[in-house]
Design a protein around this ligand. Structure first.
Ligand code: PMP
Length: 395
């Protein structure tokens, strides 16, 4: 993997702030975009812009074909069928769609490591229980087994925690859920950008992720629905695209997945997501994963060596992916983030990362979070570790 070549594809890294380059360590929040994705967007607007599915004219036909081709690209990316891919705005909307539309009785099991987007939607109209974590922060499968003794409709679990970076044993969780007749939803917001996902091998019923965390624009996300599950779902939003025919007081519903994409969708976003997937596939997801793992190993080694820095989660780099969460003793996380930004344009995140219950469970306040992606280099990690060392020493 040629990182300098990859960096050359991202116009933002040409920018200088106070004469210095940007060290972008906030990819878990959103990633930067390569020229190829930006070009796909502007090419769509310049040459193909038209509404889809409704017109017989050339531009509408082209736009529809590009949109449906994007669906096929996404389907191949996670080894699904194109009928199983619903385009949504983001992970949050995908989870809200399932929590609103899925019929059936029984509790929902979520876990204490979840992002708020995989907690709050479930609690709106259903009884939810929360599976605990083990000492490393991983889902406690023994606790899951016990909680599954009660009738359970669905287990909603994150593949990779956006706070601890831990890769959860989703296959085991899915197998346990299956044994007990429960469905599963995997939040792949932090895993799909970094590793190969095969929904068939995984065996999940629903899987969700956001384009903006994997080089694509914001406003486009993916909901995978195992095809048989459509029969157990009610309509979501209603209106244009959701019906085959409508009369005053009656309608004939459209087939899935289109019936879940009411109104004009984010056509250009879907097409640009396909372009982002092409970009990642050209690198190879195995190479993306290997690069992330190498950066993680280096970052953990450097951070562990700094006195006064407290790290959260497993310290074994093989357990985790892309995200390191920490605090400098004696200094608030927002202060740490500000100093890194001010001194070296090192951009990290600070706060609860939309996972406050996990912070509560760990008995900690807000934290600082560095997250890496394909364009980050070992030199950037060395720079951040050196500056953090100075900050920690000063404290
Ligand atoms: N789940 C996880 C694990 C996440 O990291 C995020 C984004 N921080 C979300 C869900 C929500 O994603 P979005 O804001 O794109 O809906």
């Amino acid at each position: 993997m040629d990182i300098q070549k990859i960096r050359g594809d991202f116009p933002i890294f040409e920018r200088r702030i106070n004469g210095k380059p940007i060290v972008y360590f906030d990819s878990a929040a959103t990633t930067q975009k390569p020229r190829q994705v930006i070009d796909t967007l502007s090419n769509y607007y310049a040459n193909h812009c038209a509404n889809i599915h409704r017109g017989v004219h050339t531009l509408s036909q082209e736009s529809s074909e590009l949109y449906e081709e994007a669906r096929r690209t996404v389907a191949r990316f996670i080894n699904a069928d194109e009928r199983e891919i619903v385009f949504v705005r983001n992970t949050t909307e995908a989870i809200n769609l399932v929590s609103t539309c899925l019929k059936g009785e029984g509790q929902i099991l979520s876990t204490v490591t979840e992002h708020h987007s995989n907690l709050l939607p479930w609690g709106r109209s259903r009884k939810v229980d929360y599976v605990d974590i083990d000492a490393q922060g991983r889902i406690d499968v023994a606790d899951l087994k016990e909680k599954l003794l009660k009738p359970t409709l669905l287990v909603a679990v994150t593949h990779v925690s956006n706070v601890l970076g831990l890769v959860n044993p989703v296959e085991e969780v899915i197998a346990e859920a299956r044994k007990n007749g429960a469905l599963t939803l995997v939040d792949a917001a932090q895993s799909a950008p970094h590793m190969e996902i095969d929904v068939k091998a995984m065996g999940c019923d629903f899987l969700v992720f956001s384009g903006h965390k994997m080089l694509a624009p914001s406003g486009i996300g993916v909901l995978y629905v195992r095809e048989e599950l459509y029969e157990r779902m009610e309509p979501y939003l209603m209106g244009g695209s959701t019906i085959k025919e409508a009369h005053l007081g009656s309608y004939v519903p459209e087939e899935p997945p289109t019936c879940y994409e009411a109104g004009t969708p984010n056509i250009e976003g879907a097409i640009a997501l396909a372009s982002a997937i092409d970009y990642l596939n050209d690198i190879g997801m195995d190479n993306v994963l290997a690069h992330d793992k190498a950066l993680m190993a280096l970052a953990l080694e450097r951070m562990k060596a700094i006195d006064n820095v407290e790290l959260y989660g497993s310290l074994d780099p093989t357990d985790r992916l892309s995200v390191i969460t920490f605090n400098v003793k004696g200094m608030g996380c927002h202060g740490v983030a500000k100093v890194l930004n001010l001194r070296e344009n090192i951009m990290i995140r600070s706060g609860f990362h939309c996972a406050q219950p996990l912070h509560d469970r760990l008995g900690i306040g807000p934290t600082a979070r560095m997250s890496f992606y394909i364009y980050n280099t070992p030199e950037e990690i060395e720079l951040a570790a050196e500056l953090l060392g100075k900050i920690a020493e000063f404290m």
